[in-house]
Design a protein around this ligand. Structure first.
Ligand code: FAD
Ligand code: SIN
Length: 535
């Protein structure tokens, strides 16, 4: 199959870009691929707190939002990119409102703005505590009305096609590595097919599933990041995995249900097992300090008191108000016997967001030609060493727009890419049906265990070395399986997660300091060398 615009991923990043190119080029074909059988099953759908943006100019300003983002990023944000996202953000928010997103309003009809950790002002637009679901709904409904976009469900992208597949040697130092499209496993036919395109955008989301406790749904297996790394593209800042401080503590349940930071924004208080409000010991901003600080404080309290969770106290909230803003959380807690107005909510940190990813420039271009990336899979320079809450949806929209502008301005040049190129079929020689799928499941659990035990919130050199040794073994075993069996999503996701695990550990080993989300007790201080780790 050939398509004019190929988009991998149906979350906020992929759909925003798809709508823009489809409208600009109404006679061209836009194809969106998603690995699940429903397009809405994305990280986007689960976003709770909302979208940050300067909306109330009487109280807030671009300068304040920029400053908050830079402070959270702990010295590693690209200031220019921060300015771009903050200043262009409100226009992108207006666009999703035009697509039909209904953000909550107050009794006077103005948008009701929430607050989250690290924000100096109220600037989070939200739809109850299910903002992502509302945005995804609006985007998918708009896509459904757009004739030249087709969404192909249940289609697992295996790899991006480059010169490597044409028989050329491609290394990290090869200039002009170029993307010609992707190989996909069509899960309806179980056949591997190729989809070629002059212009491909990766919007494959994050890699939270690298860890056992994560707020991310099953789809978040870092596929795009791993594909680009295999294709010898550049990956950046993978050591900065953000742990959300307050995932509901529910042993055995995966993914973990999130208790949005907006609850603390409205006054929720963290308490340890003795009932003490402990955040003031750690930071003057208390419960609304940036996430890296709050997650580390919780980790420290859990270790000190020998518990697997702390508590979030909402007992002082007015019931009606809580239910009005957080109906989903109220219902979820009630379903497991917790009435948040009477009981404390047990919470623990969980892997939530990948601040690093595929290195991109200000136009969402990757280091591979004709390949763009945006959304959580990309590393744009916005987040630095720690993302400010609710900046992710904003970043995804801003860079989807910038990718669209770049594609529109360079359309003619990008066109020549796949002319006269014959792409070989996927090679299945020597592979047989997998005999024991259980081996994949076990390795999957092992990977999550290794990463959670050794590469979590607090790291040491010994732990990182241990993790790397164990990952090496998993890598060897999985590669052998990959060479000898027919591909399946389970096997490919495992392979991709081992790659993201490796990238996280490798980058963590390179960073000989503690900064933002990366804390290594062997290097507890910041070094003066401000640099990103590019692999
Ligand atoms: P996603 O929405 O994750 O979409 C990824 C898409 O790629 C999916 O369609 C998937 O099927 C597809 N895909 C992946 N791999 C393949 C493959 N191999 N083949 C085919 N398709 C593939 N951020 C905020 O700013 N505000 C919030 O309030 C907020 N709350 C959050 C709450 C939760 C519980 C979580 C998990 C995250 C939250 N975030 C929030 C983060 C934010 O939701 C994500 O970073 C963002 O939605 C990512 O969007 P995306 O378009 O990049 O990727
Ligand atoms: C939350 O609602 O707490 C999550 C917000 C985010 O990840 O930005």
């Amino acid at each position: 199959m050939q398509t004019d615009f190929l988009v991998i991923g149906s979350g906020i990043a992929g759909l925003t870009y798809a709508l823009k190119v489809a409208n600009q080029f109404p006679d061209k074909k836009v194809t969106v691929i998603t690995k699940t059988n429903t397009a809405e099953e994305t990280n986007t759908k689960y976003a709770q707190g909302g979208v940050a943006g300067v909306w109330n100019e009487a109280k807030d300003s671009f300068e304040k939002h920029i400053e908050d983002t830079l402070i959270a990023g702990d010295g590693l944000c690209n200031k220019n990119v921060v300015e771009i996202v903050v200043k262009e953000g409100p226009d992108r928010i207006k666009e999703i409102i035009e697509y039909g997103t209904r953000f909550d309003k107050d009794e006077k009809g103005a948008y009701a703005l929430g607050k989250e950790g690290g924000h100096s002002e109220f600037r989070i637009l939200h739809h109850k505590d299910v903002t992502g679901n509302e945005i995804e709904r609006a985007l998918l409904q708009t896509v459904a009305k757009t004739k030249n976009i087709s969404i192909i469900h249940h289609c697992f992208v295996l790899d991006i096609i480059t010169q490597h597949h044409l028989g050329f040697l491609v290394t990290k130092s090869t200039l002009n590595i170029t993307c010609y499209g992707v190989y996909v496993l069509n899960l309806n036919t179980n056949e591997v097919e190729k989809i070629t395109s002059n212009i491909t955008l990766l919007a494959t989301g994050g890699c939270g599933q690298t860890y056992r406790a994560t707020t991310n749904p099953k789809i978040a297996t870092g596929d795009g990041i791993a594909m680009v790394y295999r294709a010898k593209g550049r990956i950046e800042n993978m050591e900065f995995i953000q742990f959300h401080p307050t995932a509901l503590y529910e042993p055995g349940v995966s993914p973990s249900f999130l208790i949005t930071e907006a609850v603390r924004g409205d006054g929720g208080i963290l308490r340890n097992k003795h009932g003490e409000a402990f955040m003031e010991k750690y930071d003057s901003r208390k419960d609304l300090a940036p996430r890296d600080i709050v997650a580390r404080a919780i980790d420290s309290e859990m270790k000190r008191t020998g518990t697997e969770y702390v508590y979030l106290d909402c007992r002082h909230f007015e019931k009606e108000k809580f239910i009005h803003h957080f109906p989903n959380i109220y219902e979820k807690c009630l379903s497991i016997g917790i009435d948040v107005i009477q009981h404390l909510i047990p919470v623990a940190p969980a892997a939530h967001y990948s601040c690093g990813g595929i290195k991109t420039d200000e136009n969402a271009c990757t280091s591979i030609q004709n390949l763009y990336a945006c959304g959580e899979c990309a590393s744009t320079g916005l987040h630095g060493a720690n993302r400010l809450a609710s900046n992710s949806l904003l970043e995804a929209m801003v860079f989807a727009h910038r990718a669209f502008l770049h594609v529109s301005n360079h359309y003619q040049t990008l066109q020549k890419n796949i002319d006269n190129i014959t792409i070989p079929d996927w090679n299945t020689k020597g592979t047989t049906e997998p005999k024991e799928m259980i081996l994949i499941t076990q390795s999957f659990k092992e990977l999550q265990q290794i990463m959670s035990d050794y590469v979590g919130i607090v790291r040491t050199n010994v732990r990182l070395a241990r993790a790397m040794k164990r990952l090496d073994l998993l890598f060897e075993e999985t590669e052998q399986l990959y060479r000898s069996t027919k591909v399946s999503p389970q096997l490919c996701e495992l392979r991709n997660l081992i790659t993201t695990g490796y990238l996280i550990v490798k980058a963590a080993e390179f960073r000989k300091e503690s900064r933002g989300l990366h804390f290594n007790t062997d290097y507890p201080n910041k070094s003066s060398l401000l640099q990103n780790i590019v692999l």
